[in-house]
Design a protein around this ligand. Structure first.
Ligand code: NDP
Length: 614
């Protein structure tokens, strides 16, 4: 096994992935197995690099000194060659005479600033040229030109300089900024032509309490579902009134499991129907883009039609209510089996297809968080399918079953106002998610988290069986609310929905098409990755406005259940915890991705979710 060349803490020059540029970086660790160095750029970005992409600083200093000793004629020719490739290059014919040295120095400083964000992009074009070596900062090269000089100085400039560069490009309205189109088109090209080639490394920072935490969660999550459903069945579901444990045999029935399988595979058939457009997801670390069929809303319509037919033929949908616990157990068993399958198949997955957060090497951790990022059987994307179909549509069907059960059990000719509100609000949420299905492709679940127990259980058990808790509660605990109260709760839900939808759409549109004229009045901070961070509009209000909207809606879903018990408020309490934790995870990832730009964003937008509170 070859020994490592660079030590932890050593400051070296690291190649920017996918480009020919070298930047000053610090080695933070070394992976003996993958033979990769984790290095930290000055803007805080951390990447894993191969040894061949790292050079010692001395080799660059050596080169720089060679440059300065080169003949003016050579310098002049290389200057004219490279000028067309870099907007930051000095004007043609400018010579480095002593009398002009000050002016040249200023120009160069300006050039450094102007190219700071665009250089990695320009390098992509340079790379394909046959004279690449002349511009790539290779230490062994003896060729010199002003471009390399600019690049070298840029690499060596202190943090303060980077800060100034960011300052210069930050917080400009795209409407007013004349240069913005240039900057922007370059950024877009960067993203479209080639994403940063991140070599997947082992996950070092473990989340969810690491191995012990994830091990416990595998048991705790199903136990919580069981507990909540048992509590809901009680006449007095007070916290201190612990429900008696049911007989094990009462929790399982083969036929109910069959019903669950039927449901799952029916949704799979709907997913496979060749209706709806096919779109590309965000680029993977390999640069590849996966294709996704957008037909969730059609699946919902087809499901609604199928349920309509069942009801027409007098099928008793409150079967779902009667066998609710058994259905939840069936879904749990299925999600566990699916997670085992996912983990086993992930062991054979190529390294670049593993999830950035689920590749720790610890079985339980990777099993829980998901080892493989996008497990597919042919073109059937298991994670994408489970995210929005069986669980989410299932949630609406369960709610409807609860509504019918309420009417039947309490001999009502119409459902209660509370039940109507809960059903309507949650129906709106699900229809919205399916209508905007494409937006899921830019969420953490798809782009960062692997598909393991966490998402399989979350999608197939937690969402349908816990999120429908209010409707389940209302069947056993009728609650009447007044019309004014119902109106106030509806307004609250609409406010939450408006914030949630407009914030998500704003970010999604910005990510998909940053040049969208509808977003022209928004300001953003550019980042070294080529993506911008919105600092006005919803994303300038708080750092996660979509979470704020979601939480407001969650409260509106619980309020129709009255104030007799805390149980129907479980959802909003849990949801605040989930989103606060999720926000912290996202914050951490964004800091790694965007470094200094993210810090500037946080300074500009200090509150995370709740304005003036958190
Ligand atoms: P978000 O949709 O909030 O996405 C976070 C990402 O947005 C960041 O990683 C970053 O990614 C990008 N981003 C952050 N700040 C900015 C900015 N200022 N400008 C532009 N882009 C920015 O994450 P989630 O996937 O967690 O949530 C999606 C939706 O799903 C939310 O509405 C949430 O409430 C909801 N949700 C619902 C759950 C439920 O159980 N009901 C569970 C979890 C989420 P990048 O820069 O790489 O694009």
């Amino acid at each position: 096994m070859p020994s490592r060349k660079f030590a932890d803490g050593e400051v070296v020059m690291g190649r920017w992935p996918g480009s020919v540029l070298y930047y000053e970086v610090q080695v933070t660790s070394y992976d003996d197995v993958a033979h990769l160095y984790t290095v930290k750029y000055k803007d805080g970005t951390e990447l894993a690099l191969k040894e061949s992409d790292i050079r010692s600083q001395s080799s660059f200093k050596h080169r720089k000194s060679q440059s300065s000793s080169s003949s003016p004629s050579r310098r002049s020719s290389s200057r004219s060659r490279s000028r067309s490739r870099s907007p930051g290059r000095p004007a043609k014919g400018r010579r480095r005479s002593a009398s002009q040295s000050r002016e040249h120095k200023d120009d160069k400083k300006k050039a450094i600033q102007e190219t700071s964000l665009a250089l990695p992009v320009l390098a992509l074009f340079k790379r394909s040229e046959n004279n690449t070596k002349r511009y790539n900062g290779e230490p062994e090269s003896t060729e010199k030109n002003d471009t390399s000089c600019v690049i070298l100085e840029q690499k060596l400039k202190p943090d303060l300089e980077i800060n100034r560069v960011l300052e210069q490009y930050s917080l400009r309205s795209r409407k007013d900024d004349k240069k913005k189109e240039d900057i922007y088109s370059v950024k877009k090209t960067f993203v479209a032509v080639k994403p940063i080639e991140k070599v997947p490394t082992k996950t070092k920072e473990l989340e969810f309490g690491g191995r012990i935490g994830t091990f416990m969660l595998v048991f705790l999550l199903p136990a919580t579902v069981l507990y909540l459903l048992l509590m809901c069945k009680q006449d007095d579901p007070s916290l201190l009134n612990f429900p008696p444990l049911p007989a094990l045999e009462s929790l399982w029935e083969g036929r109910v499991f069959g019903v669950f399988l039927l449901w799952f595979f029916l949704q799979a058939v709907f997913y496979l129907l060749p209706i709806g457009k096919v779109v590309e997801g965000l680029p993977l670390s390999s640069g590849r883009k996966l294709q996704y069929r957008i037909n969730g809303f059609y699946a919902f319509i087809l499901t609604a039609a199928a349920i309509g037919v069942l009801l027409y033929f007098q099928f008793e949908l409150h079967y779902v209510y009667d066998h609710f616990m058994q259905l939840a157990v069936s879904a749990t068993a299925f999600s566990l089996a699916l997670s085992i399958y996912l983990y086993v198949r992930s062991l054979k997955a190529p390294e670049e297809e593993l999830a950035p957060g689920g590749n720790s090497g610890y079985i339980i951790y990777d099993f829980f968080t998901g080892h493989e990022l996008n497990p597919r059987i042919g073109s059937f994307d298991l994670k994408y399918f489970c995210e929005l179909r069986p669980g989410l549509i299932g949630w609406v069907v369960i709610n409807l079953a609860m509504l019918l059960a309420e009417m039947k059990i309490h001999n009502l000719s119409v459902p209660s106002l509370s039940m109507i509100l809960v059903n309507s609000f949650q129906l709106l949420y699900v229809v919205d998610a399916l209508w905007n299905e494409e937006a899921i492709l830019t969420t953490m679940d798809i782009t960062h988290d692997g598909f393991g127990f966490m998402l399989a259980f979350g999608d197939l058990v937690w969402v349908p069986f816990v999120y429908s808790l209010q409707a389940y509660y209302l069947v056993g605990h009728p609650t009447s609310i007044t019309w004014p109260a119902a109106a106030a709760i509806t307004v609250l839900n609409c406010i939450g929905y408006y914030i949630f939808r407009s914030a998500n759409s704003q970010k999604n549109n910005f990510r998909r098409n940053p040049a969208d004229p509808k977003l022209a009045n928004l300001k953003f901070i550019p980042t070294a990755t080529g993506k911008g961070l919105l600092v006005t509009g919803w994303w300038g209000f708080v750092r996660h406005p979509n979470y704020l909207g979601d939480i407001i809606m969650a409260l509106a879903w619980s309020l129709p259940c009255g104030f007799n018990h805390i149980l129907p408020y479980f959802y909003v309490i849990y949801f605040i915890c989930l989103l606060v934790h999720r926000e912290a995870r996202d914050e951490h990832h964004c800091k790694q991705k965007y470094g200094l730009a993210w810090e500037r964003y946080c300074q500009r937008v200090p509150y995370r979710i709740f304005p003036y509170i958190y």
